[in-house]
Design a binder for this molecule. Sequence first.
Ligand SMILES: NC(=O)c1ccc[n+]([C@@H]2O[C@H](COP(=O)([O-])OP(=O)(O)OC[C@H]3O[C@@H](n4cnc5c(N)ncnc54)[C@H](OP(=O)(O)O)[C@@H]3O)[C@@H](O)[C@H]2O)c1
Length: 355
Amino acid sequence: MDKMKCAVLGATGVAGQQFIEALAGHPWFEITGLYASEKSANKKYKEACTWHSPTPLEEAVGEQKVQLLDNVGSDLKQYEIIFSALPSEVARQIEGACAKEKPVISTAAAYRYEEDVPVLIPEVNAEHAGLIKVQQKGRGWKGFVVPGPNCTTMGLAITLKPIADSFGIKNVFMTSMQALSGAGYPGVPSLDIIDNIIPYISKEEEKVEQEAVKILGKCSGSSVANAGFRISCTCTRANVSDGHTESVFVETEKHAAVEDVSAAMERFNSECKKKFGHLPSAPERTIVIKEEENRPQPRLDRELGGGMSTVVGRIRKDAVFENGVKYVLLSHNTKKGAAKGEVMAAEYLHKAGYF
Ligand SMILES: NC(=O)c1ccc[n+]([C@@H]2O[C@H](COP(=O)([O-])OP(=O)(O)OC[C@H]3O[C@@H](n4cnc5c(N)ncnc54)[C@H](OP(=O)(O)O)[C@@H]3O)[C@@H](O)[C@H]2O)c1
């Protein structure tokens, strides 16, 4: 079978590099175009970017020439899928222009909050992909834009899904300790973050609060009715390279004993394996539950499932809510929370016949 030809926009950045890594040797997709800003255009990829991953860059990709983003419009015929890892302001115009002709799968926030755009996590809301047809009809596009969630929303939505399905959710409180790679490259100045925690990330709390209720909402066909729970977040930046840690408190509708929450997460794992286990980027376990009292830890646990598992630990009863549970989660922000998660979404859409 011929592989589908893909372009990566914003290929030199943190999320762009993870697209390169996630697509290396991919059985269905191959990268044939790399795009970035004027700063990188016309250079070999290996000279244009500061490669961050411990996995060596593939020689063939390193030798490819980076193209100027402005040229992607005239190159569109060459591609079957566009993966975008652009800053949101840049993504807004370019993704829309590409979507007139081709599917665009994006890590950027530019289209996430539009009524006809699904914020897709296949394991959580595969049925929202139906909005693609609404988007195409309403906008007159042959292609479409499907973004993934913010990297902090990803692990939260995945862990809330089995809790919502089994017990119902009334309220959620979440405090994050987010990795530096979440801020892109070069990101947060070293003198600001060494020996420190920064208790503010611009627009992050609003994004997580808005996205979580959309992702867990019901798709009626032409739009999504947000889930009915209330959510309040505090997002902080911690001195960690990769992997967002989140402390989560959930007030449930029905009583949720600790062992019942673990069992609901394990049932969710089995369902995900049945539905998505055939996708090349899917992990063996969507949620890995750690029993040790000092886990999850970013350095030790972020690569579980190839960076695609959400790692949950410290599941405890909450003493404040009548029906409540609390836990700590860890999600790899540039893998499941960005590029590799979007590659898996593309795999799902391909198998579901959307390309
Ligand atoms: N980092 C994460 O963990 C993460 C997780 C989820 C979602 N996201 C989202 O993914 C997107 C990329 O984030 P990032 O962390 O990878 O950022 P980044 O490291 O700053 O990379 C940005 C990329 O976009 C390119 N770019 C910037 N301005 C451009 C312009 N005017 N024209 C053409 N190309 C331009 C850059 O090219 P040059 O190198 O040539 O400047 C680079 O390739 C953002 O929307 C972000 O919110 C990131």
